[in-house]
Design a protein around this ligand. Structure first.
Ligand code: GBH
Length: 476
């Protein structure tokens, strides 16, 4: 079992989760600045105003990456540092561009390959207020294309672009559950606005088209001279039937992946939404115009895969409510026979089950004809980690084991099943702002001491990846 000799590995982060410096160098507000300021939305009442202070500590972060042996680093650009008001007729902020140009230069000088995510959830707040942000079918794709072009032009040295990170999260958590910015939901105790039955599907559609427009711009006007590649990153969990003897549970497993992943991947690889979604959602799922379909179909140079966990899936027998987004099924941690999917972590949704990674890699490869895959996120939190003293936190054997199991499961999928995996980014380089969970949940391989000047202390897991990849990557 092995990985190819030019395999890239490293760590991932996202702008709002690590940068801080929200008022520095002309940055505009994003929907996460606004959302995190609303009392009750974030578990510990915190925001990303300081976070890991990474905007000011780029040299330190790059030195850390180098020390850990990483060959790649995935980070995201804050749209509002580039175009503070977000739109294609709004002013461009040169100070923001300069920051990321220098960051990429410094990464390359350190021998680290940058993977840039253009959108990791931090939509310009001005666009949300101006025209409804992700809900606007005409404006959003055009403004995103303009922002993307600005970055392609500014950073020709970047050869790996990711348009959207996990559009599922922006659409469902932002517009159905209201758990993420901008917090829309039909539940009027949580939000004055929102339609959980319709808005998520509109937001998802518009992100797909925006992705398609950015990819076309890159291929037409930048790729011929720059020679890079571009794709989207999708999240999805592995699935196992609650009752393997029940054909309905087996069928619900595919439906679960279709509602999470194929919602976006089928239009990109096949030019249409999955039949299971059309059957359940009907005309609540937008219809692609011919122009939109042409933009989206074939728009991935690679598949970006974020993966963390697995569930047992039990089909439901009653008709789905209008706000259902799972595909009329339950996700469970125990199967009918009482088997548990994996141990608890600090994240209510995350239980390690490495075989699921292998099986989902194979499922995706079969459905989408063995695309080139970069694993753009994989990692775990630890139950109660935040309550431990620093000397204990850095002894994160649970996380070491997680990476060991998951990376080997990936190598096995490549060697035995022909999965074309070319890179792997662990989530995350640093403990950071875990969105609605605030700073209580830590995902970093590096402990960040928020109370003492954001100092960095690599955990055991930080140092475990280099020997692991050295043992798996082919030498010749
Ligand atoms: C990633 O999402 C994000 O890209 C990253 O920013 C984040 O820090 C990291 O995970 C760790 O959380 O029960 O409906 O609320 C991971 C994928 C998908 C995991 C949605 C949480 C919540 C399901 N996420 N899921 S729900």
């Amino acid at each position: 079992m092995s990985l190819p000799k030019d395999f890239l590995w490293g760590f991932a982060t996202a702008a709002y989760q690590i940068e801080g410096s929200v008022d520095v160098d002309g940055r505009g507000a994003s929907i996460w600045d606004t959302f995190s300021a609303i009392p009750g939305k974030i578990a510990d009442g915190s925001s990303g105003a300081v976070a890991c202070d990474s905007y000011k500590r780029t040299a330190e972060d790059i030195a850390l990456l180098k020390e850990l042996g990483a060959s790649a680093y995935r980070f995201s650009i804050a749209w509002t540092r580039i175009i503070p008001l977000g739109g294609r007729n709004d002013p461009v902020n040169q100070a923001g561009i300069d920051h990321y140009v220098k960051f990429v230069d410094d990464l390359l000088d350190a021998g680290i390959t940058p993977f840039i995510t253009l959108f990791h959830w931090d939509l310009p707040d001005a666009l949300d207020k101006r025209y409804g942000g992700l809900l606007n079918r005409e404006e959003l794709p055009l403004d995103f294309e303009h922002y993307a072009r600005t970055m392609f032009k500014a950073i020709p040295k970047c050869k790996h672009w990711i348009t959207f990170n996990e559009p599922w999260c922006s659409a469902i958590l932002g517009y159905n559950a209201g758990y993420f910015a901008p917090g829309h939901t039909s539940d009027r105790t949580k939000s004055a606005v929102g339609d959980s039955a319709r808005e998520p599907w509109i937001a998802g559609h518009n992100m797909l088209v925006a992705h398609g427009r950015a990819v076309k711009a890159y291929r037409d006007d930048f790729k011929p001279t720059q020679g890079g590649e571009i794709g989207i990153t999708l999240n999805g969990d592995a699935v196992y039937p609650w009752d393997p003897e029940d054909a309905e549970d087996v069928a619900a497993c595919d439906r679960k992946i279709e509602f999470a992943i194929s919602w976006f991947a089928d239009p990109i690889y096949f030019g249409k939404y999955p039949d299971s979604m059309l059957a359940q959602l009907g005309d609540r799922l937008p219809t692609f115009t011919d122009e939109e379909r042409a933009l989206v179909l074939g728009s991935n140079d690679f598949y970006g895969m974020n993966h963390y966990t697995a569930n047992y899936i039990k089909h439901k027998t009653s008709p789905p409510p209008d706000d259902d987004f799972l595909g009329n099924l339950e996700t469970l941690f125990y199967d009918k026979a009482g088997n548990c999917i994996g141990p608890e972590t600090q994240s209510f949704w995350l239980r390690p089950h490495a075989r699921g990674f292998h099986d989902l890699l194979v499922w995706l490869s079969k459905r989408y004809n063995f695309p080139k895959i970069y694993v753009t996120e994989n990692g775990t939190s630890l139950k109660g980690e935040n309550d431990l003293p620093r000397e204990k936190i850095v002894e994160d054997d649970f996380r070491v084991q997680y990476f060991d199991d998951y990376v080997k499961a990936m190598a096995k999928a490549r060697t035995e099943q022909g999965v074309d995996v070319r890179g792997y980014m662990a989530w995350s380089l640093l403990d950071n702002y875990e969105w609605a969970e605030g700073f209580e949940t830590r995902f970093g391989v590096t402990y960040v001491d928020y109370a003492n000047g954001q100092t960095r202390h690599p955990k055991k897991s930080a140092k475990s990846l280099k020997p692991l990849f050295d043992s798996l990557i082919e030498k010749e």
